[in-house]
Write a new protein. Structure first.
Length: 292
């Protein structure tokens, strides 16, 4: 009875330690998936907050400007627009400079404008150049379309480089995660290699021998993934609570994808590693078991 009690205790401890080590690896993997997905959301957020200005001629009536704004809002490339009248522009610049230019110039030097924010897919210099031509064709009262070409190019280049770096890091860490989980499971099954051989001697089929090991590691993967997902959701909640604007980047969709990725990877990798390790010992002869 004492030997049986020790065997059960050892199994329980192995289950706990395997679950903990697998949880840590899945947590690392989940963080990488999280950063890859949030980097995409961040790039979209940054691109959609880069705007350009359409400067309107003073000859254009306000009713016509509003019609132009309405037509722009109907375009597929426009996320949103904002009309800034001459008076509003003067007020904003007076507040920014601390003095009223109209007092010493005798007139309002600013023009009315429409500030345009684009959908992220169109937030690049080539697309904006085409959009500029389209807008100027719509009305002869457009003075100029202003946008910061260097800034837009720099943002797109940096986002592209960061995305490639994160994808490379994700691939490397996925391979490392596979290796770490595989080693953990192999060590666990290694301690049971003589039990596997004994079951073979009494005539148990390979499927019968595999079943308890595969079931056990399946539940290790599930438990580890649930714990890792819980930690990641808690961290995401803390981030959004600390900085509410991050809700546009750390979205529910992102967290659901991260959770699903961790769960699928946790179950799949633990099950496959267990299968490969068991098959290795099932194929080995008894004499070889003493030399590994």
């Amino acid at each position: 009875m004492k030997g049986k009690s020790n065997s059960v205790s050892c199994f329980d401890m192995q289950f706990v330690t395997s679950s903990i080590s697998t949880t840590l690896v899945l947590l690392l993997l989940g963080m990488v998936v999280f950063f890859v997905l949030t980097a995409h959301n961040l790039s979209v957020y940054v691109k959609e907050n880069i705007n350009f200005s359409i400067l309107i001629s003073d000859d254009m009536k306000e009713s016509d400007i509003l019609k132009l704004q309405k037509r722009l809002n109907a375009e597929p490339f426009v996320k949103e627009t904002e009309y800034i009248s001459k008076k509003q522009a003067l007020k904003e610049q007076t507040e920014a400079m601390g003095t009223d230019p109209q007092e010493f110039l005798g007139y309002n030097p600013f023009t009315a404008s429409i500030e345009v924010k684009l959908h992220s897919a169109y937030a690049n210099s080539d697309s904006i150049a085409k959009i500029e031509k389209l807008i100027k064709k719509r009305s002869t009262n457009i003075q100029e379309v202003l946008y910061q070409k260097d800034l837009i190019d720099a943002v797109n280049d940096n986002i592209r480089n960061i995305s490639l770096l994160l994808l490379g890091l994700a691939l490397i860490l996925a391979l490392i995660s596979f290796a770490l989980i595989n080693n953990t499971i192999r060590l666990t099954i290694h301690s049971q290699r003589f039990l596997i051989h004994t079951m073979k001697l009494v005539g148990a089929s390979w499927g019968f021998i595999r079943r308890p090991f595969l079931r056990r590691n399946f539940w290790i993967g599930v438990l580890a993934a649930v714990i890792a997902d819980g930690i990641l959701w808690g961290a995401a909640y803390w981030l959004v609570s600390y900085e509410p604007e991050l809700v546009n980047i750390v979205s529910t969709d992102v967290m659901l994808l991260v959770s699903a990725s961790v769960l699928v990877f946790g179950i799949l990798i633990t099950w496959l590693c267990a299968l490969f390790s068991i098959n290795k010992y099932l194929k080995m002869k008894a004499s070889a078991l003493y030399y590994i």
